[in-house]
Design a protein around this ligand. Sequence first.
Ligand code: NAD
Length: 332
Amino acid sequence: MAKLRMGVVGLGFMGSLHARLWHELPNTELVAVADLDPATGEPLARKYGCAFHADPADLFARADIDAVSIVTPDRHHVAPATAAAAAGKHILLEKPMAHTGAAAAEIAAAVEQHGVRLMVAHVLRFDPRYVQLRAAADPETFGEAIHLRAKRNSVRGLAQRLGANSSVLYYLGVHDVDMLQWVARSPITRVYAQKVQKLSNGNEDALYAVLNFASGAIGTLDYSWAWPDGLPNGYWVHLEAVGTKSAAFLEVRDQGLHLVGETGTVGADTHLWPEINGKIIGDLRDELLHFAEAVQSGEPFVQDWRDAQDAIRVLDALFASVDQGAPVDVRR
Ligand SMILES: NC(=O)c1ccc[n+]([C@@H]2O[C@H](COP(=O)([O-])OP(=O)(O)OC[C@H]3O[C@@H](n4cnc5c(N)ncnc54)[C@H](O)[C@@H]3O)[C@@H](O)[C@H]2O)c1
């Protein structure tokens, strides 16, 4: 079978990983990359022997590209995604699908109008721990969900780097909104959220919320990127689901590997996108490989983009609840 010919738009932290993986995977070829900043894009294109475009429109116009990764900042997904769809390219779009429900609807309309395939890159759907937790919440053995809780905390250095371009809900929170609805097998219908903003990073320091699910379960969200950068490993993540028959939780504060130096200890990534024997392995590789295989075979993606779109409706309600200081229904 011919290799899937890939382009990548947006070559920052995450886009450079996508580019490297399309170059490394056996069934794909990295044909071209695009970034508004040539100082970022040109060296990367040289490294992988592919073309560079400062204007994404030039990448979308190429006939020798089948599909693209769109890895631009959170508030800038709509223009490249709709342009890629109009150019007939299949799309792997980094999460969040878009920064508002209205923006996600624009992308959905473009994908449907032009008949291209879209997968939103919710990497936890490829994380063995989350996938097994979801399996453990099968109603037959789990019963009915009583309560669910998600925590995703990170460090203020990340919030500073992203500034007003992002939100704790876009960069961190959407992962768990998607995961909670998937694990609960029930949509979040109502949210009551509050935020704190003291650090002058241009985004919320922390956001907590109480949730109602259509099934009658309740839940909470605990999001922060206010921790000092000395938080061990830079993150603290928790997900739990308690049902009428059983329960499951995961608690992630390290990956089980600690590298100890004279000035301190750092944790190493063992499952997201570690480099092992010169190649990237782990959840992200599995996600990109799945995208390529499903496009080549015509099989459905493990996650329908409509689930990703639904998570954005919940984010809209969380923002509205913060603004109104009151519980808000999720509008569908
Ligand atoms: N799945 C995950 O675990 C995960 C992790 C990190 C980031 N992300 C997502 O990836 C996306 C990018 O995040 P990041 O941390 O890599 O951002 P980043 O700021 O490091 O990089 C963004 C890059 O996009 C370029 N860019 C900006 N606007 C552009 C445009 N219109 N066209 C072309 N290039 C443009 C910038 O020059 C920059 O190089 C975000 O949506 C983020 O939420 C996902």
